[in-house]
Design a protein around this ligand. Structure first.
Ligand code: AMP
Length: 190
């Protein structure tokens, strides 16, 4: 069982790498961003609420996010493990993840952060915005706000798991396959 937190700033390639990891390790990919986009696409009450925050590049409140994540994990227990992509994004969400997994007799195996510097991120996300249809990918000030929120609220999650020697960082630059090789090398040490 591998329960991996795929970590890093927005636009660092988490989603792309998660899709490749799913094939390699037969894990379930849980992206809270994708779950929110699904809800928004269906105009559900949860989706409409989430949109208020996502459109500004802010975090969706924990009381919405944690329950949605927990439902997804609990509904999919017959898997070899999980890839958490875009969750946890603050310390409270980390504590809740630990609690949810502990209740099922599991724990986080490791966190791997993809390191990519700010200007590269802005350019990558603006590029993605041309085809992703994501309104939060098209406006530079919203993108910069997402990076700021990452630094203030999300980056501490790295230090939180570092306390139990579970946090690792790899270079996020280079080809998709290069980054994937680095990721696999790290995961294979778990
Ligand atoms: P992502 O696809 O991971 O970049 O997420 C897109 C947006 O969804 C983020 O900018 C947040 O507004 C929201 N979001 C995704 N995951 C979370 C989370 N764990 N906590 C709060 N907001 C989230």
């Amino acid at each position: 069982m591998i329960n991996l937190i795929l970590f890093g700033p927005p636009g660092s390639g988490k989603g792309t790498q998660a899709k490749k990891l799913v094939e390699q390790y037969e894990l379930l990919h849980i992206s809270t961003g994708d779950l929110f986009r699904y809800e928004m696409g269906n105009n559900t009450p949860l989706g409409l609420k989430a949109k208020e925050y996502i459109s500004k590049g802010e975090l969706v409140p924990d009381e919405i996010t944690v329950g949605m994540l927990a439902n997804k994990v609990i509904a999919n227990q017959n898997v070899k493990g999980y890839i958490f992509d875009g969750y946890p994004r603050n310390i409270f969400q980390s504590e809740e993840l630990d609690r949810i997994l502990a209740e099922m007799g599991m724990e986080v195996t490791g966190l791997v952060a993809l390191a990519v510097e700010d200007e590269e991120i802005v350019q990558r996300i603006l590029g993605r915005g041309k085809t992703s249809g994501r309104t939060d990918d098209n406006d530079e000030s919203i993108i910069r706000n997402r990076i700021e929120v990452y630094k203030q609220e999300t980056r501490p999650v790295f230090d939180y798991y570092a306390k139990s020697n579970k946090s690792f960082e790899i270079g996020g630059l280079g080809s998709i396959d290069d980054v994937f090789d680095r990721l696999c090398k790290q995961i294979n040490t778990f």
